[in-house]
Design a protein around this ligand. Structure first.
Ligand code: CAA
Ligand code: NAD
Length: 298
């Protein structure tokens, strides 16, 4: 099937990025949020990202000013689910909570046209478990993008036991049109990247709690020693401590292995509402976003 109209659920860190790359990829995009203020925040992030890409310029993989304007003309925000009725694909990027995701799929099923594809951007939740909340299991797939979506080339394509072959092929082509490299994975919790990345991030917190090094030294060590663009604490704050914590809950429930269990410090920060960059404070304090100050927790 040909995809022309894209729906995106959620305009947060990931939904806004997915909407942006779909619009720059030439698709008409409608983003659904629960409240206008979240749309405003997400669209402000899109504006900032597109401006950075215009600054970078087409020669370095960025955009022209015209491409930015064209992309923004294809982007629409709404708080009314009915506006997604004629979408050919709906990419869901709402909070990492299985009940909320299942609920929205249940509501969406009766509104969006029958042959539309539903694609979840979940980090860890079983795509099969989400699929069973709909009456279109064969048209349900995982499309797991990476943060920040405009910069990260990977999209993990998660085919369940029920996903139809033509839906899988359409999703792969869609990922390519968004400028991504699709990698196929099965519906195993955490898929490929998070299965490997989450234990590393959690071990960084445990190493800090055990006095192996300061947060800044651990960050610096992984950047200089392994060539990582961000150290683990910077990356945790970038991904969002709330999202990371929700992911650990799902992964530990699946594997019952300590390496996937949330360290107590992570849980305390999330309970305190310290979600990282998105809330202004996490492992680091972003009062001055250009000069993050590490917290003292041990
Ligand atoms: N939009 C547009 N342009 C952006 C951008 C964005 N969101 N972020 C960075 N850029 C551009 C900047 O404008 C800059 O361009 P110029 O070189 O022309 O100035 C360039 O990219 C470099 O940006 P920065 O100097 O700010 O920083 P950087 O060089 O470190 O790049 C980064 C930023 C690409 C985010 C890099 O730090 C990085 O790759 N970090 C690791 C991200 C990562 O690991 N993501 C995966 C997280 S796990 C996940 O996503 C899965 C899950 O389920 C949780
Ligand atoms: P976020 O908190 O930045 O955004 C979630 C958005 O969902 C919020 O804006 C919220 O208002 C919206 N939302 C919640 N309920 C809604 C509803 N019923 N209708 C419409 N909007 C609703 O979270 P995020 O980091 O963008 O993560 C979203 C999804 O993407 C999660 O499943 C997460 O696991 C996954 N993901 C996150 C990352 C990351 O690095 N943060 C990377 C890949 C995948």
């Amino acid at each position: 099937m040909e995809i022309k109209k894209v729906g995106v659920l959620g305009c947060g860190l990931m939904g806004s990025g997915i909407a942006q790359v779909a619009a720059t990829g030439g698709f008409d995009v409608t983003v659904l949020e629960q409240e206008q203020k979240f749309l405003d925040k997400g669209f402000a992030g899109i504006e900032k990202s597109l401006s950075r890409l215009v600054e970078r310029g087409p020669a370095k993989g960025g955009l022209t000013a015209e491409q930015k304007t064209e992309a923004q003309s294809r982007l629409k925000g709404t708080t009314n689910m009915q506006d997604l009725a004629d979408c050919d694909i709906v990419v869901e990027a709402i909070i990492e909570n299985v009940d909320l995701k299942r609920k929205i799929y249940g509501e969406l099923g009766g509104i969006v046209k029958k042959d539309a594809i539903f694609a979840t951007n979940t980090s860890s939740i079983s795509v099969t478990e989400l699929m069973t909340a709909t009456k279109r299991p064969e048209r349900f797939i995982g499309l797991h993008f990476f943060n920040p979506v405009p910069m990260m080339k990977l999209v993990e394509v998660v085919k369940t036991i029920a996903t139809a072959g033509d839906v899988y092929d359409t999703a792969v082509e869609f990922g390519k049109k968004l400028g991504k490299v699709p990698v196929r994975t099965s519906d195993k919790t955490g898929f490929i990247v998070n299965r490997l990345l989450v234990p590393y991030l959690l071990d960084a917190i445990r190493a800090y709690e055990e006095g192996v090094g300061s947060m800044t030294d651990i960050d610096e060590a992984m950047k200089l020693g392994c060539g990582y663009p961000m150290g683990p604490f910077t990356l945790l704050d970038f991904v969002g401590l709330d999202t990371t914590y929700y992911i650990t809950e799902v992964m530990y429930d699946e594997f019952k292995e300590r390496r996937f269990a949330s360290p107590p410090l992570l849980k305390r920060l999330v309970l305190a509402g310290w979600f990282g960059r998105k809330s202004g404070k996490g492992f680091y304090d972003y009062a001055d976003p250009n000069k993050p100050v590490p917290g003292t927790f041990v």
